[in-house]
Structure formats: C-alpha cells, structure tokens
Design a protein. Structure first.
Length: 175
C-alpha cells in the first residue's frame, strides 16, 4: 500500500495490463463479438490518451504518483482526467502528492472490502491556477472525515457519506 515502485515493477505491471487487454480483445473476436472488441479498443485508446495527458501537468512527482496509482492501490477502480492547458507551477508538486497519499490512505483504511470501490481524480488548470478534484465512491465501514489544513492550498470537502467522499484542492488563485 502506497510504496514506491521500481522501473522493473512498472514495466512488469504495464506488460501484464497490456496482455490482459489483448486477451480480452482476442476473446471477444473468437466469440464473434466484433463490436465489443472495437469498444474495448476505443476504451483502451481513451485510457492511453488520458495517461499521456497527465504529462501536461508539469508536476513530475504527481504525474508518477497518478500514473502508478492503480498498481499501488488495486482495491480502487481508478479514473484519471487532466484538463491542463499549460504546465502547472512545480512548487505545488510535493504538497499535492503528500496530501493525495494521506487522503487515499485515510479512505483506504475505511473501505468495505466486499464492495467495489471507485476513485476518480481530475486535474484542471494552467500555469499558476489549478484545481484537483478527488472523488471516492463505493462503501465505507465508517464515513471518512479527512480534512487536514494546509497553507499551500485550499481544501474543501464537497461530499461526505457512507458511499461517497469528495474533496477539491485548489490554489488560492483559482476562481
């Protein structure tokens, strides 16, 4: 949980995921389900575009953190989105990663292991103006109450129930 990954680990996980995707496509083709195979290809293409889009963020540690998240926290079905038009100021890189990690650990400790858990992270902004929205959905054994004050940026809890926990982090210039 939350550990760093080596290049060897990342390559192993990436190859494993790629082979799984190829097998799903092949299986659908073998069953004569051409439309389903095409949909899988479109879905995989979209995931690759989103994965590459994260590179625009300009936060090296955050990009690595987000791109390896599904392997470090396999309990979550993860969706990542980036709406960044210009690289973001790097001063927020480490504080964002630290806050994300602490939030995920807090929620992870409260997961109902018998339910599907979803995590959606969306990054938006340009240069000195940014916002990161984090939304957990699923089932928790207790309602997450994580809100740690930080001087680096604002954090607001938007939703906090037994099935959903949503926060937004944004710098002081976000309007």
């Amino acid at each position: 949980m939350g550990q760093s990954l080596t290049v060897k680990d990342v390559l192993r996980f990436t190859n494993h995921d790629f082979l799984n995707q190829l097998h799903l496509i092949k299986m659908n083709l073998d069953l004569g389900r051409v439309e389903e195979a095409k949909e899988l290809i479109d879905e995989i293409s979209l995931q690759c575009q989103q994965f590459s889009g994260l590179g625009k963020i300009g936060w090296p540690e955050a990009v690595e953190f987000l791109q390896t998240l599904k392997w470090r926290y396999p309990e979550f079905l993860i969706t990542l989105s980036s709406y960044v038009t210009e690289s973001l100021n790097e001063q927020w890189d480490k504080p964002i990663v630290q806050y994300l990690e602490e939030t995920i650990i807090h929620v992870h400790e409260r997961l109902d292991v018998f339910s599907e858990q979803y995590l959606k992270i969306e990054v938006a902004g340009a240069a000195d103006v940014w916002k990161v929205t984090v939304h957990f959905t699923g089932s928790f054994t207790e309602i997450p109450h994580f809100h740690k004050e930080t001087e680096a940026f604002y954090v607001e809890t938007l939703e906090q129930t037994a099935a959903s926990f949503k926060i937004v982090m944004q710098n002081r210039e976000w309007k």
